[in-house]
Design a protein around this ligand. Structure first.
Ligand SMILES: Nc1ncnc2c1ncn2[C@@H]1O[C@H](COP(=O)(O)OP(=O)(O)OP(=O)(O)O)[C@@H](O)[C@H]1O
Ligand SMILES: [Mg+2]
Length: 436
């Protein structure tokens, strides 16, 4: 997929996501307001019902019930306290509010509409709120001479309403979080897939290129052999046969490297473990590189300080791994390579380190260096050939031997790869394939 298409998809998906979130927030806000209105009207109805019942309870012919919304008193009564009994008022309010499922989260007070003096109710500490509350009914119908008001205040009104819609609020937040997670994950996997496919196509390009060189050399040499003039000279025949042989080995090694990874990936590889002299393996590996390093006017130093160096391991895979690391140290050292190979015993194991003074690896790339097919991006210029499989292979082999691999590197200064193997492997239960 093209980068522009991906960015387009991300933008559309992000806009839709923001749209869904905004719509959801709008609906939650609407639901809250609706509940608030519902609460207000129920409370007002409850208060009116209280006043109606107070009037009825007086059982006085001078009081009459006019309609649902208005209560009027015709005759002058006595004082407020003669008309309204505090405990009756309290039980009436309690009864009405319990119908609204409000049991104790309210305060009320009866106060004079002009001089604002409170005369009844559990109003202590809430006088200011009660004077300003929207839930006020007039008691003037009960006592015309003294215009009193009954106010109710809900200190937890907001949380009471939120409590009613909490399940919807919770579900909305949960689904929004799911949506955001799915969105982020999709984008992450989209980029991952893109990177992976880029790496795979780089790998195929590299492989074709790497295979093409020996194939064309072989075809050229065999073509020369076929020419009769060459056949007459045994010296030339030998030379061309050598070229074919060498190139064939190179080809075989490359195919083997790719196949090794395929086998390791499938997980059905068998290690043939035996006791190995690590120093000897290192010496052999160094010898095979000696010529190449010399040709490049480089130097390999060795510091074998380990006193215990017998390791129970697979010879072929251990040798391949060490070769890979020395090969990298050589490949990624421009000019004359300076390579140091050393060993020492630490924590009951052996630590092998391969150090170079080459191009080094940036901190960002160090995180990916052991991933399959990863090569440090160098734009389109790849003057050093490779498949990006070497370090992945080394790590897999080292870990299969219960070991660890570490990298210390600084850009333009050099790199140091350290592999550590515990030496008591023979007792370890991880020797799954020992017998193969
Ligand atoms: N010693 C080193 N110094 C600098 N960069 C290194 C070193 N070793 C590895 N790298 C970087 O890590 C990348 C991965 O290394 P790896 O050995 O896995 O693959 P490769 O060398 O590119 O190919 P191959 O599969 O042939 O080994 C390399 O492409 C290179 O960019
Ligand atoms: Mg390599």
């Amino acid at each position: 997929m093209k980068r522009r298409t991906i960015i387009g998809i991300i933008i559309v998906a992000a806009i839709s996501l923001v749209g869904v979130i905004i719509t959801q927030l709008f609906w939650v806000d609407n639901a809250f307001k609706l509940k608030e209105e519902q609460f207000s009207s129920s409370t007002r109805i409850a208060l009116k019902s209280v006043v109606n019942q107070l009037m009825d309870s007086k059982n006085d012919p001078s009081f009459s019930y006019i309609n649902e919304d208005r209560v009027i008193c015709f005759h002058e009564p006595r004082t407020m306290f003669d008309i309204v009994d505090g405990s009756v008022l309290d039980s009436l309010i309690q009864k009405e509010f319990s119908c609204l499922k409000i049991n104790k989260d309210y305060v009320y007070g009866v106060f004079h509409s002009e001089h604002k003096r409170f005369v009844m109710g559990p109003f202590k500490g809430y006088e200011t709120e009660l004077k300003k509350t929207p839930f006020i009914v007039s008691l003037s119908c009960l006592c015309k001479s003294d215009p009193y008001l009954l106010g109710v205040y809900f200190p937890f009104q907001r949380s009471m309403i939120i409590h009613q819609i909490i399940i919807w609020l919770f579900l909305s937040i949960l689904f929004i979080l799911f949506l955001i997670t799915a969105f982020v994950f999709s984008i992450w996997s989209l980029f991952r897939q893109k990177k992976l496919s880029q790496m795979k196509s780089d790998f195929v390009n590299n492989m074709t290129h790497e295979f093409k060189t020996p194939i064309s050399t072989i075809s050229l040499a065999s073509e020369m052999l076929l020419k009769s003039a060459v056949n007459e000279s045994s010296e030339k025949t030998k030379r061309y046969a050598h070229i074919i042989f060498d190139e064939n080995i190179r080809l075989k090694n490359q195919v083997e490297q790719v196949l090794n990874i395929a086998v390791l990936d499938k997980g059905d590889f068998k290690f043939k473990r035996k006791e190995l002299d690590v120093h000897r393996i290192l010496t052999e590996a160094l010898e095979s590189f000696q010529l190449i390093i010399k040709e490049r006017a480089g130097k390999i130093s060795r510091h074998f300080d380990a006193s215990e160096y017998i390791l129970f391991a697979d010879k072929l895979h251990l040798t391949n791994s060490i070769n890979n690391l020395i090969d990298n140290a050589n490949k990624y050292s421009p000019g004359s390579p300076e390579i140091t190979v050393s060993t020492k015993n630490v924590n009951g194991g052996i630590l092998i380190s391969i150090e170079d003074e080459g191009i080094g690896i940036s901190v960002d790339n160090q995180k990916h260096i052991f991933k399959k097919l990863f090569r440090v991006p160098t734009g389109n210029i790849h003057n050093v050939k490779g498949f990006g499989l070497g370090l992945y292979y080394v790590k897999t082999v080292v870990e299969a031997h219960d070991g660890t691999i570490n990298l210390k590197s600084e850009l333009n200064k050099g790199s140091r790869f350290e592999i550590y193997f515990p030496l008591n492997l023979k007792d370890s239960k991880t020797l799954k394939n020992e017998k193969e």
